[in-house]
Design a protein around this ligand. Structure first.
Ligand code: SF4
Ligand code: F3S
Length: 106
């Protein structure tokens, strides 16, 4: 499955959700996750994210491995999001920040 990583935290551009053919993105307060049981590995969401937050699980950067578990766990709790929305208000500022894991609101 594909995995949303740390870069999405406090940005949530949502360009990714409108292209997913199986609607497997789920939305939390300041982050999105992919349901690993729904994802069909098509990869079309990857180039849609303006900050490159989405990876194939097999190609995750080593410091993002934790997000495999985070996506699976939160996808079971959060509602589906199938249509793009406005990014979070300070998305551009937060897009520049590298370490954002601590800001993920569950
Ligand atoms: Fe959806 Fe395809 Fe992205 Fe999986 S890889 S989340 S199925 S768009
Ligand atoms: Fe997040 Fe990128 Fe989608 S910032 S909401 S993974 S377009």
């Amino acid at each position: 499955a594909f995995v949303v990583t740390e870069a999405c935290v406090r940005c949530k551009y949502t360009d990714c959700v409108s292209v997913c053919p199986v609607d497997c993105f789920h939305e939390g307060p300041n982050f999105l996750v992919i349901d690993p049981d729904g994802c069909i590995d098509c990869g079309v969401c990857v180039p849609e994210c303006p900050i490159g937050a989405i990876y194939d699980a097999s190609e995750l950067p080593p410091d993002q491995m934790e997000f495999v578990e985070i996506n699976a766990r939160l996808a079971a709790e959060w509602p589906v999001i199938a249509e793009a929305r406005e990014p979070l208000p300070e998305a551009e500022t937060w897009a520049e920040v590298k370490s954002k894991r601590q800001y993920l609101e569950e």
